[in-house]
Design a protein around this ligand. Structure first.
Ligand code: NI
Ligand code: MN
Length: 229
């Protein structure tokens, strides 16, 4: 199975996994860097790492238009149902748990971060996803600090790790290098940077550091660009 991963700016990724379209953390219409609008993206599944607006903003309209199933933590799923998303269109989970879905397996990972919904209500804990798509294993860290348990997510091997490097709200470039050493992925993709002035980073300089200090191949994308694994 070939998987294509497209960066849609910030923390939003579109993944073509076999015949399924996955959308991670849709933040498009209000994103300064998104190359597409929420009305244009395909989705069979929408995966949400946490409840912050820059990850969940367009989830409901996209779910409504496409009929996609939303995979998120329990509290976000309860909130989505309160917003009119059908019970059979949400898959609720929590860190440590995994579910087998049509496209493969999704395990929710831990993250060190906060999580509140747009109306201020409790969004559960922030997380990430470890996806098994055919033989490929992909780790989306979500918004997080560096934490030692990332070492555990290297077990079984990772083809790709997607890490935030923006600093301020998540780990920055320095800590991302330590994360890559623990995760030991074949390839690493940076995200959650360049969207607004506080999180601007020099991705080319970051990529040089990745090549020098880790065994991973950095894959720096512009919004709208994709790579295949
Ligand atoms: Ni966040
Ligand atoms: Mn964020």
């Amino acid at each position: 199975m070939t998987n294509e991963i497209t960066w849609l700016g910030h923390s939003c990724f579109s993944i073509r996994a076999g015949k399924y379209d996955l959308l991670v953390d849709p933040f498009l219409d209000e994103s300064p860097t998104s190359p597409v609008k929420a009305a244009e993206v395909a989705a069979d599944f929408i995966l949400l790492t946490h409840a912050h607006f820059d990850h969940l903003a367009d989830a409901i309209p996209i779910a409504r238009r496409t009929g996609a199933t939303v995979v998120a933590n329990f509290e976000i799923c309860e909130w989505l149902k309160g917003q009119g998303v059908a019970e059979e269109k949400v898959v609720a989970m929590n860190p440590g748990g995994g579910v087998d879905l049509a496209f493969g397996r999704a395990k929710m990972t831990s993250a060190v971060h906060s999580s509140s919904l747009p109306d201020g209500s409790y969004g559960g804990v922030a997380g990430g996803f470890l996806l098994e798509l055919g033989k490929s294993r992909i780790y989306f860290a979500g918004d997080t600090a560096l934490f030692l348990d990332m070492k555990l997510y290297s077990l079984g091997g990772l083809d790709v790790a997607v890490l935030p490097i923006g600093d301020v709200f998540t780990m920055g470039p320095d800590d991302s290098i330590e994360a890559i050493k623990m995760l030991n992925p074949r390839r690493v993709v940076p995200c959650h940077y360049g969207t607004w002035p506080p999180i601007v980073q020099d991705a080319a300089a970051w990529a040089d550091r990745v090549r020098t200090h880790t065994a991973a191949e950095p894959v720096v994308l512009n919004p709208g660009e994709m790579f295949t694994l």
